[in-house]
Design a protein around this ligand. Sequence first.
Ligand code: AMX
Length: 442
Amino acid sequence: MLSSLLRTPFATMHKRLVDLLPETRDRLAKIRRGHGNKVLGPITVEQIIGGMRGIKGLLTQTSRLDAFKGIKFRGLSLPECQIRLPSVRREPIPEAMFYLLITGEVPSNDEAEDLKKDIAERAQTFPNYVEKIVNSLSKDLHPMSQLSIGVLALQNESEFAQAIRRGEKRGNLWQSALEDSLNLISRIPKLAAMIYVNKYRDGKLGEIRENADLSENFCRMMGYHDEKFWELMRLYLTIHCDHEGGNVSAHTTHLVGSALSDPYLSYSAGLNGLAGPLHGLANQECLRFILGMKEAIGESPSEIDIEKYLKDTLAKGFVIPGYGHAVLRVTDPRFVCQMEFAQRYMPNDVLCKLVASLYKVAPRVLKDLGKVSNPYPNVDAHSGALLTHFGMTEYDFYTVLFGVSRAIGVCASFVWSRALALPIIRPASVTMENLEEFVRKT
Ligand code: AMX
């Protein structure tokens, strides 16, 4: 069975995973056997009502989010990833990130290159029937709805679903999960590019190159030929790929996958969560907000003008998009990376300067509200200004870019969830009467 799935191009990553499996399974079994009944933390009534904030209830191998240090991918911070992962210029190629998330190891250039070729090759084979479905969708349909439909349509290709049908042992399901994951990660850029050219261009896809990385090919398909834009997309695809297990898109994918739904069914569900304005959709809202601010108070407003604009926005009952986070309590390192990118490549860009000016004022205004847990910018506060610089102004498409990236992280987690044979997720819930009874007794 294993040999039939050992395709030469990604044999290194696959073989490494095969090596890592017994020891990782053993580590988990030891924890479970020896310490399964130990208590990791209490659960408060507030956490039950308040979106389970801070409850540790998920096992996620690929990344961990620290409230003060930000995201670490397999123990590596973003700047460490930028230094250590194979890149074209400075930003890591997305394939290297997937290798890291899957194996926990930094790939050599050759290993990253193998995976890059495999992904480019898989991208060439896109099912015709899915193309027809996507091309038949109304241009008015939000790009995220189109993306979710497209991923769902790809499900017909699922090797995982076939493995389930033929009664494959649970312990072997990671193999077809990896196969589906590689296909999904390879094909989702084309799906996204089709949505882009159908909705905003003439419907014609650019050609992809066998020796190009996922970022370059994605940009080419959408009709972007500026190498700096490819580099921005590398940054974009790397920083958005994973944010531990509890965020809505990762959590949903994991939850649906725990029912042994295949990666396509699971990620289509995850995308629907990503499309929410408090999660991934915030990136389109951020650019709308910056443009609105520019229109209202000009290109280089004073701090007093910005403060007034923010206060007016809040008074109307709107949030400041791109600010705040459920876990982070500092400026998101993913925002910092993007600010550095702007300073390096486009120091005089008007929108990027506005983003920087907003950063000087918004934390103070949000702090003054007295209720905001984190008044600092998150990943979404900057990306729209960078994309607009290169001509990608269609902000209702931005969450699709997030969706292309997030596939990398959630698929790596999906593979590990099946490799560790994690069970179906089924937490318990309480009624309001249960809570009232509990508080009466305590
Ligand atoms: N502007 C205005 N008010 C904000 C705010 C913001 N940026 N961030 C938080 N608040 C408010 C909340 O609405 C809440 O008000 P309420 O008590 O009247 O309902 C209060 O502050 C406390 O919320 P919190 O504990 O600070 O945040 P949270 O963990 O409940 O929610 C988040 C986190 C991200 C949803 C929230 O900060 C927010 O709505 N931010 C703006 C939208 C955004 O940028 N989302 C993207 C997040 C990153 C991502 O997933 N892509």
